[in-house]
Structures are given as C-alpha cells and as structure tokens.
Design a protein around this ligand. Structure first.
Ligand code: SAH
Length: 367
C-alpha cells in the first residue's frame, strides 16, 4: 500500500540535533557522550556512514549506534551525468516516498552542490518546472544536510572526474523555496558552517540562499548573523510583469523585495545577487534592462564605490509545456550592455546540465 505522504516526520538524525539533544541521544543509547562526537567525526569529517568503517566504536553496539544516529534519509533512485561526468544529477527518494533532486557541478576551481529544501514548491512561478507541481512537504534539516554530505563524500572519494577534491560551495537553488522552510534551512546552514566535528566547516560566503523574495524571512536572515550569500529571484523590474512571473510579488512588491535585499547587503557587507531568467520577448526588452538598473541604483549610492548588488542573468531553460524560450543572443547582449553601462556588475550564468534536465528550474523529480 502506498504510504500517505507528508504525515509522519523524517527519522531523527544526528544533523537535526542541537548540542543538548546530542547529549540526550547518547544517554538514550546508554552510551557515553563522546560516542556522538565519534559518530559526528565520521559523518562530517571523514564523510563515512558505514558502521564497518567506524572501528573506534565498540563492535557490539556499532550497528545500533549508527542506525540510531545516522538513519538513511536519501535513497538514490537514479543518477544522470553530463559535461563529461563533471555534472551529476541525483534523484532521491525520501523516507515517505517524496522525490527530490540535487545537482553536483565540478569546475576547475570549485565544486558546487545545488540542493533541494522542499519536495515540490508552493511558489507557482509559471516558468519553473518545480513550481508546476505544488508543494508536497518541507524537508528536514538532516535531509538537506545529507545532500551536502553525500556530495562532499563524492568529491573526497574522487568519484567525479578530476581526482579527489573538496566540495566548496552550496546553492539552495534546487527544488523548493528555502525561505518558506526557514527553520530547517537555517539549521542546515549552521551544520554546514560549524567547525568539525559539529559540522562541515564550510565558509558561509560560499553558501547561497536563493529566494523569491519572502520579505519577512529575508529580514530574519539579515538578523541571523550568518553571512551567507543572498540571491533574490527578481526576473522583472516592474510589478505588472513580476506579478505574473513570480506570483508572490502580489504580496511583496519589487520595491519591498529589493529594499530587503539592500538591507541584507548593507548589514552583512555581502554583495547580493539578483537572479533574472532571460525569457524571449517577455522580460528581455532593452527598456526593462534600463528600468532594472534604475531600480537597483535607488540603493547603495551612498556607499562610496561599493557595488552592493550584481545581476546574474540565467538563459531560460525551457520546461515541458511552456511556450517561453530563452532570449535571442542579440537581445541578451544588449540587456547586458545596458546594465553595465549603468554601472551594474552583470554576468550570464552557464547552463550546466541542461541536457539532463538538471539546469536551473528544470528539477521536477519524475521517477
Ligand atoms: N525558490 C528559490 C530557488 C529556486 S531555483 C528561488 O526562486 O530563488 C533557483 C533559480 O532558478 C531561481 O532564480 C529561479 O527563478 C530560477 N529558475 C526557475 N526556473 C527556471 C528556468 N526554467 N530557467 C532558468 N531559471 C529558472
């Protein structure tokens, strides 16, 4: 019989636990507190989860301890590779049958895992594949962390062409709206940045949280004191079009979202990224490039020589059933030229993994 989804909680995992909860978990196991630290070292530092490799744990209770602290959360259903094996998309089945995807991308100078934070998404952006199916459920902290630990292990073992390497970057640009699952997402970020053996010891600036612009949550993130990189998915500089492309805009307008992004940049001194998927004849007109620059230039002028923002143009990855396509090259060039002319740093995102439906907005998790 099919398991009803979204009822039970994912199994409790080491990555879900606070320091106090770790102590309680050790007590419940009838083990000394340092056992949890030993398991944490295996998980976060050695990137292993096979009890057979944890020879410092007592042989008799090893399996029981690991089953309790590191229950299996992500079951790989399928892996697809592109770009000579340096892009790898994995479809995962969660404990309740929900499906999510993550994408690992290795570049000469870095390796990035694009993680999911929700099964499905409730934001309903019409150009995004994930947005079409609605929200299934939030993921737990450990379900998010485990995608990162898996990728770190894949890199460390040299399973991606290029030899053993280190996972350097995390982007919350897979399935879901991270700011709509705030508590679990922040919990997972804390595990990523905490020093071993409490976490992966990654740099917060190498973690990018991307949002449609849930303004109260952006402000909460500003106060959090973890200097992650913030990306705002703007896609239009005017409310009329953005209401259509990013429906939550009817709740928090372009102005409110950009102002919250500016406050984030000002407070954290981290440059914010504005995501803009280039859609042919929809949002790629020259006048919209000018308007976008003007909207962004309303902020930051007082900070001498400090560019608070940069624009990341994403060639639209067409999704099944959508009539929208990527911009013409000449329109894209003109859009870039106008932003640069108004002093806005602008880059065009590469579209790794588009042939395996692993590029931005294509994650739909069909089994
Ligand atoms: N919910 C978050 C994370 C989503 S995915 C957010 O919206 O920011 C990360 C980025 O991919 C977002 O900027 C999103 O708008 C963009 N995206 C979604 N569908 C896309 C598509 N079909 N082509 C290009 N970019 C897309």
């Amino acid at each position: 019989m099919e398991q009803p989804r979204g009822r039970a909680k994912p199994p409790r995992h080491l990555a879900d636990l606070s320091a106090e909860e770790r102590t309680a978990a050790a007590e419940a196991l009838g083990e000394p507190a340092y056992r949890v630290k030993q398991v944490a070292t295996h998980y976060y530092s050695r990137l292993v989860r096979d009890p057979a490799e944890m020879t410092d744990l007592p042989a008799a209770s090893r399996d029981r301890i690991v089953a309790d602290l590191l229950p299996s959360l992500l079951d790989p259903v399928r892996t697809l590779e592109a770009d000579g094996g340096t892009t790898r998309k994995t479809l995962w089945r969660l404990f309740d049958g929900a499906l999510v995807e993550s994408v690992l991308m290795r570049y000469p100078d870095r390796a990035t895992i694009c993680v999911s934070s929700q099964a499905g998404c409730g934001m309903a952006c019409p150009f995004c594949a994930t947005g079409q199916g609605g929200l299934e459920r939030n993921m737990s902290t450990a379900e998010i962390v485990d995608q990162v630990v898996d990728a770190a292990g894949t890199m460390a073992r040299g399973d991606i062409p290029g030899g053993p390497g280190r996972l350097s970057n995390v982007v919350f640009m897979g399935m879901g709206e991270p700011m709509a699952n705030y508590k679990a997402v922040i919990g997972s970020v804390r595990r990523m940045v905490s020093k071993a053996p409490d976490g992966l010891g990654m740099s917060a600036r190498n973690i990018t949280v991307s949002t449609v612009g849930l303004v109260p949550r952006m402000r909460q993130l500003t106060d959090e004191g973890i200097p992650v990189t913030l990306a705002l998915s703007l896609h239009a500089p005017d409310d009329e079009l953005r209401n259509e492309l990013v429906p939550i805009n009817t709740r928090w307008s372009v102005h409110e979202a950009v102002e919250a992004a500016w406050d984030y940049a000002r407070t954290t001194k981290r440059r914010v990224s504005i995501e803009y998927a280039m859609m042919k004849d929809i949002n790629d007109q020259a006048w919209r490039a000018d308007l976008l620059a003007d909207v962004l230039r309303q902020h930051g002028g007082g900070v001498d020589g400090w560019g608070w923002v940069h624009v990341n143009l994403i060639p639209l990855n067409p999704t099944p059933g959508s009539t929208w396509t990527a911009s013409r090259p000449e329109d894209e060039r003109e859009f870039v030229r106008r932003l640069l002319a108004k002093g806005i740093p602008t880059t065009v995102r590469d579209t790794r993994g588009s042939d395996i439906d692993g590029a931005c907005g294509q994650l739909a998790a069909a089994p």
